[in-house]
Design a protein around this ligand. Sequence first.
Ligand code: DHB
Ligand code: FE
Length: 306
Amino acid sequence: MAEMNAAQLLELVNSRRVGEDGNERVRAITARIVGDLFRTIDEFDVKPEEFWAAVKWLTRLGQADMIGLITAGLGFDRLLDIREDEADLAAARAAGTARAIEGPLYVPGAPLSRNEVRLDTGNEDKGTPFVMEGQVLGTDGQPVPHAVVDVWHCNEFGRYSHFDPSQPEYNLRRRIETDELGRYRFRSFLPPGYAIPPDSPVSELFDLLSRHGNRPAHIHFLVSGEGKRALTTQVNIPGDTYLDDDFAFATRDGLVVELEQAESAAGYESLGMSAPFTRIRFDFRLQDAANEREALAASRYETAHG
Ligand code: DHB
Ligand code: FE
C-alpha cells in the first residue's frame, strides 16, 4: 500500500514486524504519543515550517542539555511527585517529610563530612549567613544514626556549580553524615532565587508561552539512611516573591522554613558564627524502605533502565 491516508499511515507506524515482540510497553506508549501528535498536527493544521522549527528547537534543547530543565517548567517533575504521593496513600504507607523535585542540577559525590560542615567554604560574606540544623528521623520519630544529608544550592547569582563552569568543583554542594542521634548541621548563606538561563531554548519557549522562569529561593536535599527510603526534597526560604508562583511548581506545605534569630553563638564556634545569627531548625522524616532500591541515595537519572 503505497498511497495512504493519515489513519492508515498511523496504523503502519504503530505496527510491528511479524514474529518479533519488541517491548510491549514501549510500543504502547510510543503509539499513544505518536497518535496524539498526529491528532495535534491535524487539529491545529500545523504547517511543515512550524513542524521543522519545532524539531530544530528540540535539537537545540538537547544540544544545550536542557531537556531535564524544561520538564520541571512543564510540570512533569511535580506530576511524578504527586503520583508517588498518591501511591503512598493507596498503599497506606506512613508519610515522611514531603518530597519535592530533584531538579536537573544535582551532582553526585559531593565531599562528605561528619556531623556538620561549612557549605559556604569559598563563599564567605556572600549573603546572610545561617545555620540549618536538625535530625534525621524515621516516621516513628526514632533518630537515624549515620544518615547522609546531601545538600546543594545555587550561588549568589542563582547559578549552580558544575553546570556553571566558572565555579569551583562542588561549590555549595556537600554531604553530611549524621551522628548517633541522627543530628546534622551546616552553615551557608541564604541563596537567592533561580531563573532559567536567558537566551536559551528553554527561555524561548517560556517567552512564547508568556510564562516566567523563576523559582523562589530554595535549598535541595537528598537524605538517606539505613533501611530508610531516600528522600529528595527542598526547603524554601520564606518571603520570596515567587514562593507561590514557582515556575517548577515545587513549593509544598511544611517545606517553607522559619528563620529564627539566635541570640547566642555559644556552641556554634566551629561554624564560625557570631551572635545574633539566623538559624533554621528542620528535621527530616524518612519513610521505611520497601526494598533496597528505595534506600539508594540515587539521582533521578540513575534508573534501573540504564
Ligand atoms: C530547575 C532549576 C532548579 O534549580 C530546580 O531546583 C528545579 C528546576 C530548572 O531549571 O528546570
Ligand atoms: Fe534548584
